[in-house]
Design a protein around this ligand. Sequence first.
Ligand SMILES: *[C@@H]1O[C@H](CO)[C@@H](O)[C@H](O)[C@H]1NC(C)=O
Ligand SMILES: *[C@@H]1O[C@H](CO)[C@@H](O)[C@H](O)[C@H]1NC(C)=O
Ligand SMILES: *[C@@H]1O[C@H](CO)[C@@H](O)[C@H](O)[C@H]1NC(C)=O
Ligand SMILES: *[C@@H]1O[C@H](CO)[C@@H](O)[C@H](O)[C@H]1NC(C)=O
Ligand SMILES: *[C@@H]1O[C@H](CO)[C@@H](O)[C@H](O)[C@H]1NC(C)=O
Length: 457
Amino acid sequence: MEGGWPLMRGFLLCLPVSLLLQGRGDTFTINCSGFDQHGVDPAAFQAVFDRKAFRPVINYSIPTKVNISFALSAILGVDAQLQLLTSFLWLDMIWDNPFISWNPEECANINKLTLLAENLWLPDIFIMESSMDVDQTPPGLTAYVSSGGQIHYSKPMRVTSICNLDIFYFPFDQQNCTFTFSSFLYTVDRMLLGMDKEVWEISNTSRNVIQTQGEWELLRINKATPKMSVGSNVYDQIIFYVAIRRRPSLYVINLLVPSGFLVAIDALSFYLPAESENRAPFKMTLLLGYNVFLLTMNDLLPASGTPLISVYFALCLSLMVVSLLETIFITYLLHLATTQHPPIPQWLHSLLQHYTSPKKCCPTAPQKENKSPGLTPIHLPGLKEPVELVRKMPSPKEAELNGRPESTGAQQEPKAQKQHLLDLWIQFGHMMDSLLFHLYLLFLASSIITVIILWNT
Ligand SMILES: *[C@@H]1O[C@H](CO)[C@@H](O)[C@H](O)[C@H]1NC(C)=O
Ligand SMILES: *[C@@H]1O[C@H](CO)[C@@H](O)[C@H](O)[C@H]1NC(C)=O
Ligand SMILES: *[C@@H]1O[C@H](CO)[C@@H](O)[C@H](O)[C@H]1NC(C)=O
Ligand SMILES: *[C@@H]1O[C@H](CO)[C@@H](O)[C@H](O)[C@H]1NC(C)=O
Ligand SMILES: *[C@@H]1O[C@H](CO)[C@@H](O)[C@H](O)[C@H]1NC(C)=O
């Protein structure tokens, strides 16, 4: 037996080749005698290996049918700037090789064998969207070969595919990426593609198998099977539409909530008394803080395009700027009133008379109780300067201010008059402040509602 082996080996080597070259009927049956004693004899498959450069069909006018399926095992990332989706796929391909068949009963009940895939003809099926150099498949993969000649080849792929990304609704966006499986070279009369599994099965498997609990969540997979014609050639293809959704919580927590808080604080800072010197610096600090926030969080935003969230940020920023401008305006108004004592126009006077009686909202709260001009120093807690100013420099402007007929009295009379004027101006300032605050709130509410509505569509 030991001595006879090399001889038998040589015999085995040439026998199947000669059998295969005859090429009719079931003569492609692999002679597997001795598989149970010596393992699989490579010579038995040599004829198949030798043919791997050619499409394995007996009649060349019959197309090879390749059934494909895949499982999406990870969604690694989406690059909005380059419009790329990076994912891991397990691609399954099943086709028939008519040159492989054996009788399992004769062959130690072997139903399936694994062969190194590089020894077999492999269909050139690619994902059209992926760029070839980043379609990374490990070398040295094996394929299952069944006794009926069915070859089952699976490969993991890291696919970086082009995907038309729309980031307008970021971070509440959904993307619809396509994987177009198609043969690169074989036209429909050479290769036909079929589905190995139903598309819902693919979708279900992918959802179960998906490893990453990262940013993207698989929603569903749909398919379409249009033929693609390039010139006179028609190619078979299967298009899978992969719908993925971003998990927004990271962005909600890191972007929307802090931004909302800052705007809320900005809105609340209107309740700081208008005369207080703290209001403008406070708002300035908020503005500065918001800018720092935007700078630090800039990395989280998509690198290209104009998502709605950028509009939202710009809106928040402009609201803060507007509120700062408003504070500057009110401060200027009050300052003007207390230093220059400009005369109050008649219409404004009557307007103030008219509007001071009904209750006002909170910003003017400390002010509105005491309209009587007599109680000067006590009734304005935040207002030290103006009162002092009024006391200090009464004379220079007094003449022109009190040029009216009624201001001809004693020392006390113009002072009271001036105080009344000052109060009216301050009242006007508070009214303006309150009015602008309400406008601000109105704008804030309407813009927030608009953004929310846009995000929900
Ligand atoms: C298979 O090979 C063995 C020798 O290894 C030979 O005896 C047998 O006849 C062959 N079977 C067929 C069907 O050719
Ligand atoms: C090959 O297949 C074509 C189409 O099925 C058929 O017309 C032709 O006769 C076949 N050739 C042989 C040699 O069987
Ligand atoms: C491909 O799928 C079709 C239908 O699902 C089936 O009839 C055919 O046998 C399959 N082909 C292979 C090679 O598995
Ligand atoms: C997908 O799988 C889940 C269980 O993982 C099952 O409940 C559901 O019915 C499956 N979907 C379909 C369409 O069969
Ligand atoms: C993805 O887009 C295609 C058209 O480009 C459409 O036919 C398909 O239904 C979309 N899929 C999903 C899940 O939205």
